[in-house]
Ligand binder design. Sequence first.
Ligand SMILES: [Fe+2]
Ligand SMILES: [Fe+2]
Length: 158
Amino acid sequence: MTRQEIINRLNYLRSQELFAIQQYMNHFYRVKGTTFAEIQGMERSIALVEMRHAEMLAEKINMLGGDPISNPSQVEQMKSSRITEGKTPEEMISADLQLERGAIRDYTKAVIDIGDSDPGIRKMLEGILEQEEEHADIFGSYLSESQAYDIGELKGAA
Ligand SMILES: [Fe+2]
Ligand SMILES: [Fe+2]
């Protein structure tokens, strides 16, 4: 990949992180019911990890001489995307699990596409990918899903 292609890809990944932060914090503030404290803790702690991911991506974009986006809609694919608010805790967590599965696909694809063109960035993305897998496991466990995510599933990845 060229430097500009890597900048664009990192900004795309950053748009996904900023979008996830918005959705998880929305759920953090809105969740009600008997399990609200548990869900609040889960949404908040994962949102904080996504903030760290967004920051790591911005630092790399800066190092490469690019401009980190500050709003997901700055990325073409995200122009008409809206967060899923969800009416029940189950709807919220299901929507969150979908975001994590999308993140796993996107980071896996990015690691493959970057290959040996920048081993430092690839290593950073691999580290983030491991954390997205943990997030999928946390949300999946809450929903009693037997499988948090599928391996080798790149359909729909950017
Ligand atoms: Fe993330
Ligand atoms: Fe995540």
